[in-house]
Design a protein around this ligand. Structure first.
Ligand SMILES: [Zn+2]
Length: 57
């Protein structure tokens, strides 16, 4: 694996584990954004949905 994905927020290259799987959540080391692996081939990251808020109440 040679092409590393870039952060959609800050465009930094985000290192991913060799055994990364689809839908895995990764934090951008540069801006701290929560990113989700939306595709493995090619490796693509997108902003993870905010699952912690807007649920119930
Ligand atoms: Zn970033």
């Amino acid at each position: 694996m040679t092409a590393l994905p870039t952060c959609p927020t800050c465009d930094a290259v985000v290192p991913v584990p060799a055994d990364v799987v689809a839908n895995e959540l990764i934090s951008c080391p540069d801006c701290g954004s929560d990113l989700e692996v939306v595709s493995l081939n090619p490796l693509t990251l997108d902003l993870a949905p905010d699952v912690e808020e807007d649920w119930g109440e």
